[in-house]
Design a protein around this ligand. Structure first.
Ligand SMILES: [Zn+2]
Length: 388
């Protein structure tokens, strides 16, 4: 490894700066990948990184995105709003409604005649895909899957299906399933979906001339539609930026890259695009990828990921809890590429993915940034090369 001259410690995190960043991002409204808001949000981040002394640029990437433009079922004069299963083709068949017993195994479909009909079946036991493929194989022209509890399903088919598939909330679909068992109903299914091409924008920042960092810090800045994404994940975005501000001016900044990922909510597209565009030597040179997601709500800070890194975090702050890392955020593509990862997360909270996700506790951001900063210092100042 390179000989490292460590300048005096980076200062303690300045209170409230990260909180101001979260407010600035939240003010823009939901930050949905591929929308104009992301141009504004990425420009904000670039400006802030540049003010802190970094070279900051946008890395674009594209991916297909499934969209439900509004799907429903009409019975007589009543229209019931539903949700297209992710991956469902569009279609507007009008046909008799046939209740399928049990959960829609092939044998269940064999016990009724769904040829030319719209089948309706309850959720559970087997995959959505299996139900849909069984329905299509039995000759149905559409499928309705009814949730077994109140509220709707956000489900994904995850494979090819030839017929439109609609999910209904339990309280709306349940009575419909019952009626179809005793009366002959003629219904119209309207599954209105499309696949669009999204252009995502990662913001990548580092000091001029730094091409082989030892540590990469990141967090996604996109949010789901309708949610201003304060905690998920303006919080992590702001923490990474705040760590960058604090490292700037120290020699440690010459070993770090900072990224605000886009397209996370659609399936980790930004981090996946970054990893697949990176050279193998870039990835193998990383001692750690630190990912921050949902760190502005809940007192308890948790970390997951590579064992040596969770251990190091606990040495920095013994109050940190550890959890089994899971693949639901931007560290996952790095872990898959063999990069040691550390995932900072404060756990689930009620406003997650809702329009109410508009506030965080600025103190928690500052505390997370301080821990992140201390972990980076410990990591870069210790001789842990080869420890994976
Ligand atoms: Zn998130």
């Amino acid at each position: 490894m390179a000989v490292l001259v460590v300048t005096p410690e980076a200062n303690a995190v300045e209170a409230g700066r990260a909180g101001a960043d979260v407010r600035a991002l939240v003010k823009l409204g939901p930050r949905v990948a591929g929308t104009k808001v992301m141009d504004v949000a990425s420009t904000y981040l670039i400006d802030e990184y540049r003010k802190a002394g970094y070279v900051a640029e946008v890395q674009t990437f594209t991916y297909p995105k499934f969209e439900d433009l509004g799907s429903n079922l009409t019975v007589g004069k009543t229209t019931i709003e539903g949700r297209a299963l992710n991956g469902s083709p569009k279609g507007q068949p009008t046909a008799p409604l046939v209740a399928v017993p049990n959960v829609g195994r092939a044998a269940d479909f064999a016990s009724v005649d769904v040829k030319g009909a719209i089948a309706i079946v309850r959720r559970g036991e087997i995959r959505f895909l299996e139900k849909a493929q069984n329905a299509a194989a039995a000759g149905a022209v559409g499928l309705i899957i009814v949730n077994t509890e109140p509220g709707n399903i956000s489900g994904t088919l995850g494979g090819e299906v030839k017929i439109p598939v609609l999910a209904l909330a339990g309280e709306r679909g349940g009575p419909m399933l019952e009626r179809a068992q005793s009366e002959r109903l003629n219904v119209s299914l309207n599954v209105n979906t499309r696949i669009s091409r999204v252009t995502g924008r990662n913001v990548v920042a580092h000091l001029q001339g730094v091409t082989r960092p030892s540590v990469l810090l990141g967090g996604h800045y996109d949010s789901v539609p309708g949610a201003p994404g304060a905690n998920d994940n303006a919080s992590g975005t702001a923490v990474v930026l705040e760590i960058a501000r604090n490292l700037s001016g120290t020699s440690l900044a010459r070993q770090a890259w900072f990224i605000a990922f886009d397209g996370e909510e659609d399936g980790l597209h930004g981090s996946r695009a970054f990893v697949s565009a990176a050279e193998p030597q870039f990835l193998s040179g990383l001692k750690a990828m630190l990912n921050f997601d949902m760190v502005g709500v809940n007192d308890k800070l948790g970390v997951g990921g590579t064992r040596s890194l969770t251990t190091l975090s606990k040495a920095v702050d013994s109050s940190i809890s550890t959890f089994q890392a899971y693949g639901g955020s931007d560290h996952a593509p790095f872990a898959k590429a063999g990069v040691p990862v550390l995932f900072f997360y404060r756990g689930q909270e009620p406003n997650y993915h809702t329009p109410q996700d508009k506030q965080v506790n600025p103190r928690l951001l500052d505390e997370t940034a301080q821990v992140g900063l201390d972990v980076v210092k410990r990591l870069l100042m210790s001789d842990t090369d080869g420890e994976r």
